[in-house]
Design a protein around this ligand. Structure first.
Ligand SMILES: O=C(O)CCC(=O)C(=O)O
Length: 372
């Protein structure tokens, strides 16, 4: 047995179905390519340092298993009430959205205006995309150049995410520069429809939330458009090291708000009253969560809550997230005085997050901008 990555190597040989892990004739790893470095990099070389601890972890047995996490029902809000013309219904629905955003930072919406058929088509296209060979996803710019897998910058296991994703600005999904015969044509067509519908939904929700704090109209969402917002397609492969490994490490979202479509597998957890709680999947609903920019703008009335995805040992999982973001030069100030945060541009915020992640492996986020 080799030192360090050797145990991981053997375990993966026996159990890993992540189709990126390829074996050659002698059943050792061939190579994996990392999306940020366009040179082949052996998985065990790239992640040797962080996976070596699994050697011990795998021998620890049940003592090391994560605490049992309770399941929670997120507030479920019927958006048809916003549009039915009844003033009472509109007021109740607005109040429910605002309450959930300040108490949970998360809620689910029903009758959101995005059809089951469209979401089903999206899931099918997403599956086909991720089933392609790893080299193709990593190098052929299927959705331009926005593929990532794992966490290339991770230096420890708790910074590693057992997932792969395409993270695309909405403007780069467009069919305009792609012929009808291109292999990604139908995928782009479906993504464009989903992204357009999610942008509209996100703007509606942002408008409702701003209005509840006394700011009617389109306000800051005017700066959120196809060239500033993102759609992320996520796949969480089955993980032989579950439950010790994150599918997606704990984080808050660096946006105004996020809309999430997830399949029925589950694995999303959020922080509630200093405890992780698991979100019960509901196939009729979309999940909405408040991001850092809304928390700053609302002066901490709406909460950007930490969340994570736990890897699953039995099943792969798919999700898709839409991020409502402004242009990088947009200033995020607070709607209330005295403000808790210094105002900052979205570009400054992103830059600070990236610097912190590079330096410490972790996002610090809003606390960086607190007025001291
Ligand atoms: O897949 C999920 O449930 C969460 C996705 C997420 O948090 C993200 O893409 O930022």
């Amino acid at each position: 047995m080799e030192k360090g990555g050797g145990v991981v190597h053997l375990v993966l040989q026996q159990t890993c179905h992540w189709n990126h892990f390829r074996y050659n004739e002698s059943r050792t790893f061939q190579y994996l390519k990392c999306s940020t470095e366009k040179k082949p990099v052996a998985f065990q070389d790239h992640y040797r340092a962080i996976f070596k601890d699994l050697n011990e972890l795998l021998q620890l047995g049940d003592d090391n298993k994560q605490d049992v996490v309770e399941e929670c029902e997120l507030p479920l809000i019927d958006l048809s009430k916003l549009k039915n013309g009844n003033k009472n219904d509109v007021a109740n629905c607005t109040a429910a959205i605002a309450k959930a955003s300040s108490e949970f930072g998360f809620f689910q919406v029903l009758n959101h205006g995005i059809s089951h058929e469209l979401l089903g088509e999206m899931k099918e296209e997403q599956k086909k995309l991720f089933e392609l060979p790893f080299e193709k996803k990593a190098t052929s710019k299927l959705l331009n150049d926005f593929y990532r897998w794992g966490t290339p910058s991770a230096t420890s296991l708790n910074q590693f995410s057992w997932s792969e994703a395409f993270h695309c600005p909405l403007s780069d999904i467009s069919l305009k520069n792609h012929s009808a015969t291109s292999s990604s044509h139908f995928l782009r067509e479906v993504m464009e429809k989903v992204a357009g519908a999610m942008l509209e939904l996100a703007r509606t929700l942002a408008r409702v939330l701003a209005e509840d704090l006394g700011y009617p109209g389109d306000g800051f969402t005017e700066n959120c458009n196809k060239s500033t917002c993102f759609l992320r397609l996520n796949r969480y492969p089955r993980c032989p090291f579950s439950p010790e490994v994150f599918g997606l490490q704990p984080h808050t979202d660096s946006d105004y708000l996020t809309i999430l479509y997830q399949d029925e597998v589950g694995g999303l957890q959020l922080m509630k009253d200093n405890k992780w709680v698991a979100v019960k999947p509901n196939s009729d609903a979309l999940i909405v969560n408040i991001g850092d920019l809304f928390q700053a703008w609302s002066n901490d009335i709406y909460k950007s809550v930490e969340h994570k995805v736990m890897a699953n040992g039995k099943m792969e999982r798919y999700s898709m997230a839409f991020f409502l973001c402004p242009s990088y030069d947009s200033t995020i100030g607070s709607c209330k005085q005295p403000s808790i945060y210094n105002s900052f541009t979205f570009g400054d915020f992103r830059k600070q997050v990236q610097q912190d992640v590079l330096k410490t492996g972790k996002k610090i986020g809003l606390p960086r901008f607190l007025i001291t």
